[in-house]
Design a protein around this ligand. Structure first.
Ligand code: AMP
Length: 127
């Protein structure tokens, strides 16, 4: 079910629980700013999620309220994950959903990294 991308932050959301180690994930990268892991329901041959360590509901919250160092650290982590997974040569897509019309389901900011085949149109048709 789609959620709002706006605060308040829900500490019970599934990515918060992954960050606290309460639920396992298939980790591909972790540093001071970010955790990256494989999506449990992949939509492409490579489908990785990158999430910040901080408590942000969405890109809207993160872009407005995270510190400059945090934004830089997180953005660099996204690029590093793509590079380290070897996605740069053939290309990849970075996507983030914000709020109900986007279909955001987890209210902790995350970016999707898709790759591994031609990814087609940027937007699907409305359901
Ligand atoms: P979004 O619709 O942008 O909020 O994307 C949420 C994504 O989280 C979906 O692609 C789900 O498949 C993925 N997801 C949900 N729970 C888990 C989990 N426990 N581990 C990995 N990915 C998950």
């Amino acid at each position: 079910m789609a959620v709002s991308g706006l605060p308040p932050y829900d500490d019970g959301n599934i990515f918060a629980r992954i960050l606290r180690g309460e639920i396992p994930c298939n980790k591909v990268h972790e540093d001071q700013w970010a955790l990256a892991f494989h999506d449990i329901n992949p939509q492409a041959p490579v489908h990785v999620l990158v999430i910040p360590k901080g408590r942000y509901c969405s890109f809207a919250d993160f872009s407005a309220n995270a510190g400059a160092e945090e934004i830089a650290g997180f953005t660099r982590a996204v690029g590093k994950v793509a590079k380290d997974l070897g996605l740069e040569e053939q290309g990849y897509r970075v996507l983030t959903n914000v709020g109900e019309h986007s279909g955001q389901e987890v209210p902790h900011f995350h970016v999707h990294l898709f790759a591994g085949r031609p990814l087609g149109r940027m937007l699907g048709r409305p359901a």
